[in-house]
Design a protein around this ligand. Structure first.
Ligand code: AMP
Length: 371
């Protein structure tokens, strides 16, 4: 799994498969043009890798040149094709073979055919490494192609997404589910909030901390804040129906989110079920629940330390902290089984340097098969 800008891609074609397709095209063309000196015209930018590998496998005399057109802006063809680098000189009477990285709708190809139509070349052929037969609606036949691929956006081996990804040796396909929704799981003080603040930047996610939302409401003296305060002050859990409704409201505030990090929710099985329902109703899903593991005594120390700095009253009293651990053990810890049954549970060592722990989490997230 790789990420480029805001999108996620999974491996689609390995380098060996691509190279053997390149070789196949080179052999076919070599067979057809052995008695001539063709001019290969690569279409920039995407075809540069293809042209390079192709030429290494082309055994006869040949010339090479480039044109540059542009039709992609982001993920879809805009239909506007500009000529950025014009035709090579001296191609009159020559056999020209266009080397394209990919034939998609055929708009670029149409422009190329048009460009060469009044050049009096002897012979004009198209060779494309990748060919999206389903998307192609041009009339010009594709003379040579390497691999026919489905109509999905790909990057790598010269092809880009917003200029990134051209340097990959393999080709990657965009994943179906672009969202990632994570549950950060762990006892109070395990570092969920700290880690969430890094992960939300790295993966461009919304961080929802139910504890923070409650504290914000308490500070603002809202109805919700008043309701939650007595529970929080004692280190007890706020009743499920209150928390579930609040969580739903928070998710609905960000319909454009790339995904969410749920921190401090779910804390009970009723909340976990409610979260699954909420996700389902929005055509979303939880991809992983990642537990930050640390032992009680280390956590107690961290919380007391935090209590001194933040002024959080529930972090300043050992009895209240122990009560929060008890609440966790009784009500939240069983969720491990709930998520294990869905094969979504991942445990991560929550002790050590913050950056080390972030790395451990990133490793888990980057290996999630989210296709
Ligand atoms: P936290 O900041 O996550 O440690 O949460 C602080 C307090 O807010 C908890 O001790 C609970 O009283 C309350 N709280 C936060 N999240 C939840 C939840 N999912 N369910 C019930 N109570 C919660």
């Amino acid at each position: 799994m790789i990420r480029l800008h805001d999108k996620r891609f999974k491996l689609f074609l390995k380098e060996e498969e691509i190279l053997s397709a390149v070789e196949k095209i080179a052999e076919e063309i070599a067979e057809d043009y052995r008695d001539q000196v063709p001019v290969f015209v690569g279409v920039l930018n995407g075809a540069f890798m293809f042209v390079s590998d192709f030429l290494k496998h082309y055994p006869h005399p040949c010339e090479v040149s480039f044109v540059k057109l542009s039709s992609y802006r982001g993920l879809t063809s805009t239909g506007i094709v500009e000529t950025l680098l014009d035709l090579p000189d001296g191609i009159e009477g020559r056999s020209v073979i266009i080397l394209e990285d990919i034939i998609d709708t055929g708009r670029t190809l149409q422009q190329l055919v048009h460009l060469f139509s009044n050049t009096n070349v002897k012979d004009f052929k198209i060779a494309s490494l990748f060919y999206k037969a389903e998307a192609y609606n041009g009339e010009y036949p594709i003379d040579y192609f390497g691999i026919e691929i489905p109509n999905k956006f790909i990057v790598g081996y010269g092809l880009d997404y917003k200029e990134h990804g051209r340097n990959f040796r393999s080709v990657y396909q965009i994943t179906k589910h672009q969202m990632i929704n994570l549950v950060l799981f762990g006892k109070p003080g395990a570092g969920k909030g700290t880690q969430a603040s890094y992960l939300k930047e790295k993966y461009n996610l919304r961080h929802i901390s139910t504890g923070d939302v409650f504290r914000y409401n308490i500070k603002g003296g809202t109805k919700l804040g008043k309701l939650a305060k007595s529970y929080i002050d004692q280190g007890d859990l706020v009743p499920d129906e209150v928390t579930i409704k609040m969580l739903r409201d928070e998710v609905e505030k960000f319909p454009e989110a790339n995904g969410f990090i749920f921190d401090g929710f779910p804390r009970t099985e009723a909340q976990a079920r409610a979260l699954d329902h909420l996700m389902e109703s929005k055509n979303m899903r939880i991809d992983a629940t990642i537990a930050l593991e640390a032992d009680d005594e280390a956590l107690l120390e961290r919380l007391l330390e935090r209590g001194k700095e933040s002024g959080r009253t529930d972090d300043q009293d050992e009895d209240k902290i122990r009560n929060r651990f008890d609440e966790y053990n009784q009500k939240t810890a069983p969720l491990k089984r709930y998520y294990e049954a869905q094969e979504k549970f991942h445990a991560v060592d929550g002790m050590g340097a913050i950056e080390e722990i972030t790395k451990r989490l990133t490793k888990v997230i980057d290996t999630l098969e989210n296709a």
